[in-house]
Design a protein around this ligand. Structure first.
Ligand code: UD1
Length: 366
Protein backbone atom coordinates (compact mmCIF):
# COMPACT_ATOMS: atom_id res chain seq x y z
CA UNK A 1 0.00 0.00 0.00
CA UNK A 2 1.25 3.50 -0.81
CA UNK A 3 2.29 5.52 2.21
CA UNK A 4 -0.62 7.61 3.42
CA UNK A 5 0.30 11.24 3.97
CA UNK A 6 -1.32 13.95 6.02
CA UNK A 7 -0.02 17.26 4.76
CA UNK A 8 0.06 19.63 7.74
CA UNK A 9 -0.33 23.38 7.30
CA UNK A 10 1.02 26.16 9.51
CA UNK A 11 0.89 29.86 8.78
CA UNK A 12 0.72 32.04 11.83
CA UNK A 13 2.14 32.02 15.34
CA UNK A 14 -0.74 30.22 17.08
CA UNK A 15 -0.52 27.33 14.59
CA UNK A 16 2.99 26.26 15.54
CA UNK A 17 2.19 24.94 19.01
CA UNK A 18 -0.81 23.06 17.64
CA UNK A 19 0.95 21.27 14.79
CA UNK A 20 4.11 20.60 16.83
CA UNK A 21 2.79 17.52 18.66
CA UNK A 22 0.83 16.23 15.66
CA UNK A 23 3.81 15.53 13.40
CA UNK A 24 5.48 12.92 15.67
CA UNK A 25 2.08 11.49 16.64
CA UNK A 26 1.18 10.92 12.98
CA UNK A 27 4.61 9.43 12.27
CA UNK A 28 4.18 7.04 15.19
CA UNK A 29 1.07 5.70 13.45
CA UNK A 30 2.87 5.23 10.14
CA UNK A 31 1.43 8.33 8.49
CA UNK A 32 3.79 10.65 6.61
CA UNK A 33 3.34 14.25 7.73
CA UNK A 34 4.95 16.75 5.35
CA UNK A 35 4.78 20.36 6.57
CA UNK A 36 3.76 23.38 4.54
CA UNK A 37 4.28 26.90 5.90
CA UNK A 38 2.25 29.57 4.16
CA UNK A 39 4.53 32.36 5.38
CA UNK A 40 1.64 34.37 6.86
CA UNK A 41 3.94 35.12 9.81
CA UNK A 42 7.56 35.62 8.87
CA UNK A 43 9.37 37.78 11.46
CA UNK A 44 12.06 36.01 13.47
CA UNK A 45 10.14 36.89 16.63
CA UNK A 46 6.82 35.64 15.24
CA UNK A 47 8.13 32.59 13.43
CA UNK A 48 11.71 31.27 13.46
CA UNK A 49 12.09 31.14 17.24
CA UNK A 50 9.02 28.96 17.56
CA UNK A 51 10.33 26.40 15.13
CA UNK A 52 13.55 26.11 17.09
CA UNK A 53 11.91 26.03 20.51
CA UNK A 54 9.14 23.60 19.62
CA UNK A 55 11.43 21.26 17.71
CA UNK A 56 9.31 21.61 14.58
CA UNK A 57 10.94 20.25 11.43
CA UNK A 58 11.81 22.83 8.81
CA UNK A 59 8.82 23.11 6.45
CA UNK A 60 9.03 20.99 3.32
CA UNK A 61 7.53 23.94 1.45
CA UNK A 62 7.29 27.62 2.36
CA UNK A 63 4.78 29.61 0.31
CA UNK A 64 6.22 32.93 1.56
CA UNK A 65 3.01 34.89 1.17
CA UNK A 66 3.71 37.50 3.88
CA UNK A 67 1.25 40.21 4.89
CA UNK A 68 -1.57 41.78 2.90
CA UNK A 69 -5.28 42.50 3.07
CA UNK A 70 -7.40 39.48 3.95
CA UNK A 71 -8.34 38.97 0.30
CA UNK A 72 -4.78 39.32 -0.95
CA UNK A 73 -3.32 37.10 1.75
CA UNK A 74 -5.99 34.39 1.45
CA UNK A 75 -5.97 34.48 -2.36
CA UNK A 76 -2.21 34.31 -2.59
CA UNK A 77 -2.05 31.33 -0.21
CA UNK A 78 -4.70 29.54 -2.28
CA UNK A 79 -2.92 30.15 -5.56
CA UNK A 80 0.43 28.89 -4.26
CA UNK A 81 -1.00 25.99 -2.23
CA UNK A 82 -2.76 24.51 -5.25
CA UNK A 83 0.60 23.85 -6.91
CA UNK A 84 1.82 22.05 -3.78
CA UNK A 85 -1.21 19.75 -3.80
CA UNK A 86 -0.72 19.02 -7.49
CA UNK A 87 2.88 18.03 -6.86
CA UNK A 88 2.43 16.07 -3.66
CA UNK A 89 -1.06 14.58 -3.91
CA UNK A 90 -1.45 13.94 -0.16
CA UNK A 91 -4.10 11.63 1.26
CA UNK A 92 -5.38 14.44 3.47
CA UNK A 93 -4.68 18.06 4.37
CA UNK A 94 -4.67 18.93 8.07
CA UNK A 95 -5.34 22.51 9.15
CA UNK A 96 -5.51 23.92 12.68
CA UNK A 97 -7.24 26.85 14.31
CA UNK A 98 -8.84 29.80 12.59
CA UNK A 99 -6.28 31.96 10.80
CA UNK A 100 -6.38 32.96 7.13
CA UNK A 101 -3.99 30.12 6.27
CA UNK A 102 -6.51 27.64 7.74
CA UNK A 103 -9.44 28.52 5.48
CA UNK A 104 -7.26 29.17 2.43
CA UNK A 105 -5.65 25.73 2.44
CA UNK A 106 -8.82 23.89 3.47
CA UNK A 107 -10.70 25.46 0.58
CA UNK A 108 -8.10 24.51 -2.02
CA UNK A 109 -7.96 20.92 -0.74
CA UNK A 110 -11.75 20.53 -0.59
CA UNK A 111 -12.17 21.72 -4.19
CA UNK A 112 -9.60 19.15 -5.27
CA UNK A 113 -11.47 16.37 -3.53
CA UNK A 114 -8.71 15.88 -0.95
CA UNK A 115 -9.77 14.94 2.58
CA UNK A 116 -9.73 17.94 4.92
CA UNK A 117 -8.97 17.50 8.62
CA UNK A 118 -9.69 20.41 10.96
CA UNK A 119 -8.11 20.41 14.40
CA UNK A 120 -9.79 22.78 16.88
CA UNK A 121 -13.14 22.59 15.10
CA UNK A 122 -16.51 23.83 16.27
CA UNK A 123 -15.47 26.84 18.34
CA UNK A 124 -17.87 29.76 17.84
CA UNK A 125 -17.90 33.31 19.15
CA UNK A 126 -21.08 33.98 17.13
CA UNK A 127 -19.47 37.30 16.23
CA UNK A 128 -19.12 37.53 12.46
CA UNK A 129 -17.18 40.79 12.72
CA UNK A 130 -14.18 38.69 13.78
CA UNK A 131 -12.21 37.48 10.76
CA UNK A 132 -11.43 34.28 12.67
CA UNK A 133 -15.14 33.47 13.08
CA UNK A 134 -15.62 33.50 9.30
CA UNK A 135 -12.56 31.26 8.97
CA UNK A 136 -13.89 28.84 11.61
CA UNK A 137 -17.40 28.49 10.18
CA UNK A 138 -16.25 28.00 6.61
CA UNK A 139 -13.40 25.63 7.42
CA UNK A 140 -15.72 23.38 9.41
CA UNK A 141 -18.27 23.31 6.57
CA UNK A 142 -15.72 21.87 4.15
CA UNK A 143 -13.90 19.55 6.55
CA UNK A 144 -14.26 15.76 6.48
CA UNK A 145 -12.90 15.03 9.96
CA UNK A 146 -13.38 17.54 12.76
CA UNK A 147 -11.47 17.32 16.04
CA UNK A 148 -12.78 19.34 18.98
CA UNK A 149 -11.27 20.64 22.20
CA UNK A 150 -14.43 21.05 24.27
CA UNK A 151 -17.76 19.25 24.41
CA UNK A 152 -19.85 22.32 23.46
CA UNK A 153 -18.25 22.45 20.03
CA UNK A 154 -20.26 19.43 18.89
CA UNK A 155 -23.57 21.24 19.42
CA UNK A 156 -22.30 24.20 17.37
CA UNK A 157 -21.37 21.88 14.51
CA UNK A 158 -24.61 19.90 14.60
CA UNK A 159 -26.55 23.19 14.49
CA UNK A 160 -24.70 23.92 11.23
CA UNK A 161 -25.69 20.59 9.74
CA UNK A 162 -22.48 18.67 10.29
CA UNK A 163 -22.77 14.92 10.80
CA UNK A 164 -21.69 14.12 14.39
CA UNK A 165 -20.11 10.88 13.15
CA UNK A 166 -17.32 13.02 11.67
CA UNK A 167 -16.68 14.91 14.92
CA UNK A 168 -14.24 13.65 17.58
CA UNK A 169 -13.69 15.18 21.01
CA UNK A 170 -9.95 14.73 21.59
CA UNK A 171 -8.89 17.58 23.88
CA UNK A 172 -6.44 20.31 23.11
CA UNK A 173 -3.23 19.83 21.10
CA UNK A 174 -1.97 23.25 22.19
CA UNK A 175 -2.08 21.97 25.77
CA UNK A 176 -0.06 18.93 24.64
CA UNK A 177 2.68 21.41 23.79
CA UNK A 178 2.25 23.26 27.08
CA UNK A 179 2.48 20.06 29.14
CA UNK A 180 5.55 18.89 27.21
CA UNK A 181 7.39 22.20 27.61
CA UNK A 182 6.45 23.39 31.08
CA UNK A 183 9.66 22.13 32.66
CA UNK A 184 11.65 24.10 30.08
CA UNK A 185 9.77 27.38 30.54
CA UNK A 186 12.20 30.27 30.92
CA UNK A 187 12.00 31.95 34.33
CA UNK A 188 9.97 35.15 34.10
CA UNK A 189 12.49 37.09 36.18
CA UNK A 190 15.21 36.35 33.62
CA UNK A 191 13.01 37.42 30.68
CA UNK A 192 12.01 40.64 32.44
CA UNK A 193 15.61 41.42 33.39
CA UNK A 194 16.81 40.73 29.84
CA UNK A 195 14.45 43.43 28.58
CA UNK A 196 15.39 45.94 31.26
CA UNK A 197 12.22 45.70 33.35
CA UNK A 198 12.49 47.37 36.76
CA UNK A 199 10.48 44.54 38.39
CA UNK A 200 10.80 40.77 38.47
CA UNK A 201 7.58 39.47 40.05
CA UNK A 202 4.04 40.42 41.08
CA UNK A 203 3.26 41.62 37.57
CA UNK A 204 0.23 41.59 35.31
CA UNK A 205 0.93 40.13 31.87
CA UNK A 206 -0.84 41.88 28.98
CA UNK A 207 -1.25 40.92 25.32
CA UNK A 208 -3.49 42.73 22.83
CA UNK A 209 -3.64 42.31 19.07
CA UNK A 210 -7.26 41.82 17.94
CA UNK A 211 -8.17 44.28 15.17
CA UNK A 212 -11.26 45.33 17.18
CA UNK A 213 -9.02 46.50 20.03
CA UNK A 214 -5.96 47.86 18.28
CA UNK A 215 -7.03 49.06 14.83
CA UNK A 216 -9.48 51.72 16.03
CA UNK A 217 -7.43 54.60 17.52
CA UNK A 218 -10.19 55.59 19.96
CA UNK A 219 -10.61 52.06 21.35
CA UNK A 220 -6.84 51.70 21.47
CA UNK A 221 -6.36 54.99 23.36
CA UNK A 222 -8.94 53.88 25.94
CA UNK A 223 -7.14 50.58 26.51
CA UNK A 224 -3.71 52.22 26.62
CA UNK A 225 -4.94 54.61 29.33
CA UNK A 226 -6.43 51.64 31.16
CA UNK A 227 -3.03 49.89 31.13
CA UNK A 228 -1.37 53.03 32.43
CA UNK A 229 -3.86 53.10 35.33
CA UNK A 230 -3.22 49.42 36.06
CA UNK A 231 0.51 50.08 36.16
CA UNK A 232 -0.04 52.52 39.03
CA UNK A 233 -1.31 49.55 41.09
CA UNK A 234 0.77 46.60 39.84
CA UNK A 235 3.67 46.30 37.40
CA UNK A 236 2.63 45.53 33.82
CA UNK A 237 4.60 43.36 31.38
CA UNK A 238 3.39 43.78 27.79
CA UNK A 239 4.96 41.71 24.98
CA UNK A 240 3.71 43.42 21.83
CA UNK A 241 2.54 41.90 18.57
CA UNK A 242 4.03 43.89 15.67
CA UNK A 243 0.62 45.21 14.60
CA UNK A 244 -0.04 46.48 18.13
CA UNK A 245 3.31 48.21 18.35
CA UNK A 246 2.72 49.83 14.96
CA UNK A 247 -0.81 51.00 15.87
CA UNK A 248 0.30 52.46 19.20
CA UNK A 249 3.11 54.34 17.51
CA UNK A 250 0.86 55.54 14.66
CA UNK A 251 -1.76 56.79 17.12
CA UNK A 252 0.92 58.73 19.04
CA UNK A 253 0.22 56.76 22.24
CA UNK A 254 3.70 55.39 23.00
CA UNK A 255 4.45 58.04 25.64
CA UNK A 256 1.47 56.99 27.71
CA UNK A 257 3.07 53.56 28.23
CA UNK A 258 6.28 54.56 29.93
CA UNK A 259 7.76 54.50 33.41
CA UNK A 260 9.31 51.90 35.71
CA UNK A 261 6.14 49.89 36.25
CA UNK A 262 5.52 49.18 32.55
CA UNK A 263 7.78 46.87 30.56
CA UNK A 264 7.14 46.87 26.82
CA UNK A 265 8.68 43.70 25.44
CA UNK A 266 9.12 42.39 21.91
CA UNK A 267 6.89 39.42 20.98
CA UNK A 268 7.84 36.68 23.44
CA UNK A 269 9.18 33.31 22.37
CA UNK A 270 7.16 30.26 23.40
CA UNK A 271 9.31 29.29 26.39
CA UNK A 272 9.49 32.91 27.52
CA UNK A 273 5.74 33.25 27.26
CA UNK A 274 5.13 30.07 29.24
CA UNK A 275 7.35 31.40 32.03
CA UNK A 276 5.72 34.84 31.92
CA UNK A 277 2.21 33.36 32.07
CA UNK A 278 2.97 30.87 34.80
CA UNK A 279 4.41 33.48 37.17
CA UNK A 280 1.94 36.28 36.43
CA UNK A 281 -0.48 37.53 39.05
CA UNK A 282 -3.06 37.65 36.28
CA UNK A 283 -3.12 37.83 32.50
CA UNK A 284 -5.08 40.48 30.57
CA UNK A 285 -5.49 39.47 26.93
CA UNK A 286 -7.60 39.36 23.79
CA UNK A 287 -5.88 36.22 22.48
CA UNK A 288 -7.78 32.99 21.90
CA UNK A 289 -4.97 30.62 22.81
CA UNK A 290 -3.93 32.45 25.96
CA UNK A 291 -7.44 32.02 27.40
CA UNK A 292 -6.80 28.28 27.17
CA UNK A 293 -3.20 28.30 28.33
CA UNK A 294 -4.02 30.30 31.48
CA UNK A 295 -6.83 27.86 32.23
CA UNK A 296 -4.38 24.97 31.91
CA UNK A 297 -1.90 26.79 34.16
CA UNK A 298 -4.50 27.89 36.73
CA UNK A 299 -3.63 31.58 36.32
CA UNK A 300 -6.52 34.11 36.36
CA UNK A 301 -7.25 35.57 32.93
CA UNK A 302 -9.26 38.67 32.04
CA UNK A 303 -10.30 38.58 28.40
CA UNK A 304 -10.76 41.99 26.80
CA UNK A 305 -13.55 40.96 24.45
CA UNK A 306 -17.34 40.79 24.56
CA UNK A 307 -17.47 37.12 23.63
CA UNK A 308 -15.33 34.02 23.49
CA UNK A 309 -15.34 31.02 21.17
CA UNK A 310 -13.78 29.08 24.06
CA UNK A 311 -16.55 29.08 26.68
CA UNK A 312 -15.09 26.19 28.65
CA UNK A 313 -12.32 28.54 29.84
CA UNK A 314 -15.06 30.59 31.52
CA UNK A 315 -17.31 27.79 32.80
CA UNK A 316 -14.51 25.48 33.96
CA UNK A 317 -11.33 27.51 33.79
CA UNK A 318 -9.84 30.72 35.14
CA UNK A 319 -11.11 33.04 32.42
CA UNK A 320 -13.45 36.02 32.88
CA UNK A 321 -14.87 37.97 29.95
CA UNK A 322 -14.57 41.62 30.86
CA UNK A 323 -15.57 43.38 27.62
CA UNK A 324 -13.67 46.25 26.07
CA UNK A 325 -14.95 49.20 28.10
CA UNK A 326 -11.83 50.49 29.94
CA UNK A 327 -13.78 51.21 33.15
CA UNK A 328 -15.02 47.62 33.26
CA UNK A 329 -11.59 46.21 32.50
CA UNK A 330 -10.11 48.28 35.31
CA UNK A 331 -12.82 47.22 37.76
CA UNK A 332 -12.21 43.55 36.95
CA UNK A 333 -8.47 44.07 37.30
CA UNK A 334 -8.93 45.62 40.77
CA UNK A 335 -11.29 42.85 41.82
CA UNK A 336 -8.75 40.24 40.72
CA UNK A 337 -5.91 42.02 42.50
CA UNK A 338 -7.95 42.14 45.70
CA UNK A 339 -9.32 38.59 45.62
CA UNK A 340 -6.54 36.67 43.88
CA UNK A 341 -8.91 35.92 41.01
CA UNK A 342 -10.93 33.02 39.80
CA UNK A 343 -9.91 29.45 40.56
CA UNK A 344 -10.70 26.90 37.90
CA UNK A 345 -10.07 23.35 36.86
CA UNK A 346 -8.42 21.90 33.79
CA UNK A 347 -11.01 20.78 31.20
CA UNK A 348 -11.61 17.15 30.29
CA UNK A 349 -8.92 15.65 27.98
CA UNK A 350 -6.56 18.65 28.22
CA UNK A 351 -4.02 16.15 29.42
CA UNK A 352 -1.11 16.25 26.98
CA UNK A 353 -2.31 13.32 24.84
CA UNK A 354 -4.64 14.92 22.30
CA UNK A 355 -2.32 14.56 19.31
CA UNK A 356 -2.05 10.82 19.77
CA UNK A 357 -5.87 10.56 19.91
CA UNK A 358 -6.09 12.43 16.61
CA UNK A 359 -3.43 10.25 15.01
CA UNK A 360 -5.23 7.10 16.15
CA UNK A 361 -8.47 8.23 14.50
CA UNK A 362 -6.74 9.23 11.27
CA UNK A 363 -4.74 5.99 11.11
CA UNK A 364 -8.03 4.12 11.24
CA UNK A 365 -10.10 6.33 8.92
CA UNK A 366 -7.73 7.36 6.13
C1 UD1 B 1 -3.16 36.47 12.82
C2 UD1 B 1 -4.51 35.75 12.91
C3 UD1 B 1 -5.02 35.80 14.35
C4 UD1 B 1 -3.99 35.31 15.34
C5 UD1 B 1 -2.71 36.11 15.13
C6 UD1 B 1 -1.62 35.68 16.09
C7 UD1 B 1 -5.88 35.85 10.88
C8 UD1 B 1 -7.10 36.42 10.29
N1 UD1 B 1 -5.51 36.35 12.06
O1 UD1 B 1 -3.42 37.83 13.07
O2 UD1 B 1 -6.17 34.98 14.46
O3 UD1 B 1 -4.47 35.50 16.64
O4 UD1 B 1 -2.27 35.92 13.78
O5 UD1 B 1 -0.50 36.46 15.98
O6 UD1 B 1 -5.28 34.98 10.29
N2 UD1 B 1 3.25 41.24 10.98
C9 UD1 B 1 4.61 41.38 11.12
N3 UD1 B 1 5.37 40.25 11.14
C10 UD1 B 1 4.83 39.01 11.04
C11 UD1 B 1 3.44 38.88 10.87
C12 UD1 B 1 2.66 40.00 10.86
O7 UD1 B 1 5.12 42.47 11.22
O8 UD1 B 1 5.59 38.03 11.07
C13 UD1 B 1 2.42 42.45 10.98
C14 UD1 B 1 2.19 42.97 9.59
O9 UD1 B 1 2.21 44.36 9.64
C15 UD1 B 1 0.80 42.50 9.26
C16 UD1 B 1 0.13 42.50 10.62
O10 UD1 B 1 1.17 42.16 11.54
O11 UD1 B 1 0.15 43.29 8.33
C17 UD1 B 1 -0.99 41.52 10.73
O12 UD1 B 1 -0.57 40.21 10.39
P1 UD1 B 1 -1.64 39.13 9.86
O13 UD1 B 1 -0.99 37.85 9.60
O14 UD1 B 1 -2.47 39.73 8.79
O15 UD1 B 1 -2.64 38.98 11.08
P2 UD1 B 1 -2.37 38.94 12.65
O16 UD1 B 1 -2.86 40.21 13.23
O17 UD1 B 1 -0.99 38.52 13.00
Amino acid sequence: MAIRSVLCVVGARPNFMKVGPLIPALAARGLAAPLVHTGQHYDVAMNDRFFAELGLPQPDVNLEVGSGSHAVQTGEIMRRFETVLDERAPTAVLVVGDVNSTIACALVAAKKGIIVVHVEAGLRSYDRTMPEEINRVLTDQISDFLFTTEAGALANLVREGIDPARVFLVGNVMIDTLVANLDNALPAAATLAAHGAAFSSGYVLVTLHRPSNVDDPVALAGLVDCLAEMAAEAPVAFPMHPRTRARIAAAGLSDRLSGPSIALLPPAGYLEMLGLMRSARMVVTDSGGIQEETTALGVPCLTVRDNTERPITVTDGTNTLVGTDPARVLAAFRHTLATGGKAGRVPHLWDGHSASRIAAVLAEKL
